[in-house]
Design a protein around this ligand. Structure first.
Ligand SMILES: Nc1ncnc2c1ncn2[C@@H]1O[C@H](COP(=O)(O)OP(=O)(O)OP(=O)(O)O)[C@@H](O)[C@H]1O
Length: 399
């Protein structure tokens, strides 16, 4: 079967994957784009690693799998392309470096294994992941975060068509996680390699992913562009304290006195496309937005060294949003957006909580979700169609 007969061509990693392991069954259809970062989120035991290993050809499964035009597995338990012919860079939770080799030895080993010309050279990868001072160190002389940077560099040097990252930050403490995330953001921004990023940490998924798959007990809960998935109430209910919409913003003003910035919400209908422009570092391809983004509502955010025009990822947790019927006066909360309620859902786990989805008046394609008490909902007589004001603390917005 050709890929085009299987599904539409917009999504390019497509498949039906079924794996049975004792009492566990993974049964999902996937439609991942072949660019940007696809986050695979689920709690422990949801089947994330099993899915990643199936895609990599490390786990036998029933079903079919296409990577763009290439068939990686035919229907059923049909012919399957061996793992080493899939050009995959795999980064494991525990780095998995060769202990007898230095960091450079690990990287050179991968470089020799590459069957095609890598889009990134040894020197570029060393620069990209700041490995210069670590090259002569053996793994035992590297911190957890440094080992992971070497592991990512090694995966890039085998000239992968796709990078699979299985909880690469799980074994690291909070500080080391914060050290590595900017490198992953840099990879995403500067290299045109699709990445599948597995994590049970929604902060990481929200920060890096463009597209997400939510897994629960081996089944697909939701899949799609991150702003669409995170603005579904059923997903909010499932994510509980992690519930919250993710959107893109563009910094329009920096207020040094306040250590804050103002960022306009970028319309979510604007999809970034990949062009062949060279990145400033000279490494390879970069992403750009072809159409001028529409800038509507503005939010105040803490300034994390942002400059004007920088695109920032914004996450507004549902528990940090409050609702009032009138425009709040004399409030300490800086972000106040008008909107109207489009959907309300009772929380099935906690009877005191209601999830309320509000469409922002000035950006009709943008939604914010608030988790409020049933008591507040009833006292304010809120229902679908009610006009409301959203209040969002700027210190609570994650950017
Ligand atoms: N070799 C195996 N034999 C039997 N069951 C297994 C095996 N490997 C994994 N499982 C089971 O399959 C299920 C899915 O495991 P998997 O590692 O894919 O989940 P996960 O979402 O990646 O979890 P985690 O976040 O804890 O790594 C779990 O219930 C696990 O116990």
């Amino acid at each position: 079967m050709k890929q085009s007969e299987f599904n539409n061509n917009n999504y390019q990693i497509q498949g039906d994957i079924r794996v049975k392991k004792n009492n566990f069954m993974l049964d999902v259809s996937i439609n991942f784009p072949l660019n940007g970062v696809t986050g695979i989120f689920g709690h422990s035991g949801a089947g994330k690693t099993t899915l990643l290993r199936s895609i990599a050809g490390l786990e036998a499964f029933k079903g079919q799998l296409f990577f763009g035009e290439s068939c990686w597995q035919q229907k059923g338990y049909g012919k399957s392309l061996p793992a080493h012919q899939r050009s995959i860079g795999y980064v494991f939770q525990d780095a998995g470096l060769f202990l007898h080799l230095t960091a450079e030895g690990n990287l050179r080993f991968a470089e020799k294994r590459a069957t095609e010309k890598s889009i990134i050279s040894f020197d570029q990868v060393v620069e990209l992941l700041s490995l210069n001072k670590l090259l002569n160190n053996k793994p035992e002389q590297l911190s957890g975060g440094e080992k992971q940077r070497v592991a990512i560099a090694r995966a890039l040097l085998i000239a992968p068509k796709i990078l699979l990252l299985d909880e690469p930050l799980a074994s690291l403490g909070r500080t080391h996680k914060e050290d590595i995330l900017p490198y992953l953001e840099r990879l995403k921004g500067e290299l045109n390699i699709p990445m599948l990023y597995v994590s049970h940490n929604m902060d990481e998924i929200a920060r890096l992913s463009d597209h997400i798959l939510l897994l629960e007990n081996g089944n697909k809960l939701a899949e799609g562009p991150i702003h669409q998935v995170t603005s579904q109430l059923a997903v909010s209910e499932q994510l509980m304290s992690d519930a919250g919409v993710v959107m893109e913003g563009k910094v329009t003003a920096v207020h040094d006195d306040w250590h804050l910035v103002e960022a306009a919400i970028v319309s979510s209908t604007e999809t970034p496309t990949v062009t062949n422009e060279s990145a400033s570092s000279g490494i390879v391809l970069n992403k750009s937005i072809t159409k001028k983004p529409e800038l509507n509502n503005s939010l105040w955010l803490k300034n994390n060294n942002f400059t004007v025009d920088k695109t920032v990822r914004i996450r507004i947790l549902a528990k940090d949003v409050s609702i009032s019927k009138d425009k709040p006066k004399l409030s300490s909360i800086l972000n106040q957006l008008p909107g109207s309620i489009v959907e309300i859902l009772n929380d099935k786990h906690d009877q005191a909580i209601m999830h309320v989805k509000v469409c922002c008046n000035e950006s009709p394609d943008q939604f914010v979700i608030a988790s409020i008490t049933k008591k507040s909902l009833e006292e304010l007589a809120l229902s679908v169609g009610s006009s409301v004001w959203l209040q969002i603390k700027s210190v609570a917005v994650i950017a």
